[in-house]
Design a protein around this ligand. Structure first.
Ligand SMILES: CC(C)(COP(=O)(O)OP(=O)(O)OC[C@H]1O[C@@H](n2cnc3c(N)ncnc32)[C@H](O)[C@@H]1OP(=O)(O)O)[C@@H](O)C(=O)NCCC(=O)NCCS
Length: 197
């Protein structure tokens, strides 16, 4: 299996998601601002969240890196998840993440995503990291811009949502060449994080 490390950042722990995270995850997965912006329905019941976590765990068995739980170091609560999905070994993957709305706008996902980019480019050998979001999802657009991804265009009718809606997606990428270009920024960031495999 591909190693999925524990990563410590200034405010967060990233570690493999676990079945015992279901309660914390349900606390945000039930909210309508979260799942629909990432393509999935709000969870009506914690049993949905338990199955959802099981599906996240299965990804590792299918040859994917898997899903990090995003744990806030202050209260040790699981406040989100982040992953490299649609993974092709030594080549590419797409960044996906959700965060509890009570924690939005503090740069927490910026911190988590930068750490996962280090993991992707330095440990997984990525040449391209993709990022897709619904065009009206302003927080996700801002996060993509702050991470330095290059906007590639609107992929029309590219996503079928849980409710059957066919939606456009804004598509962006960050390449290994970009990572090398930004090495200085990442060098100072890396001094503030640690990896434990
Ligand atoms: C997208 C998401 C992960 C961003 O997480 P975050 O930790 O808040 O990200 P950041 O704080 O680094 O940046 C978010 C930006 O959106 C802005 N923002 C945060 N909450 C907002 C809100 N309710 N309305 C409008 N803008 C908001 C922030 O101000 C920030 O922009 P700024 O730096 O210019 O001020 C989070 O909003 C989320 O989980 N959304 C629901 C699920 C989702 O959309 N996932 C991504 C699918 S592609």
């Amino acid at each position: 299996m591909i190693p999925l490390p524990n990563i410590t950042t200034p405010r967060l722990y990233l570690r493999p998601v676990s079945p015992s995270d279901a309660e914390d995850i349900f606390d945000y997965a039930k909210r309508k601002e979260v799942g629909p912006n990432a393509g999935w329905a709000p969870h009506e019941d914690i049993s949905v969240t338990r199955k959802f976590v099981e599906s996240l765990l299965l990804k590792r068995e299918r040859g994917h890196p898997g899903v990090f739980a995003v744990v806030h170091r202050f209260d040790e609560k699981v406040v989100g998840t982040i992953e490299i999905h649609s993974y092709v070994a030594d080549f590419k993957g797409d960044l996906g993440m959700v965060l509890h709305p009570d924690y939005w706008g503090q740069g927490l996902m910026l911190e988590a995503a930068k750490a996962v980019m280090v993991y992707g480019f330095e440990y997984l050998g990525l040449k391209r990291l993709g990022y897709a979001h619904f065009p009206e999802n302003y927080p996700s657009k801002r996060l993509r811009e702050k991470l330095g991804f290059t906007f590639e265009g609107i992929a029309r009718n590219n996503y079928k949502r849980f409710d059957g809606a066919i939606l456009d997606e804004a598509v962006a990428s960050y390449t290994l060449e970009d990572y090398k270009r930004d090495a200085g920024d990442f060098h100072s960031f890396k001094k503030r994080i640690s990896f434990d495999f």
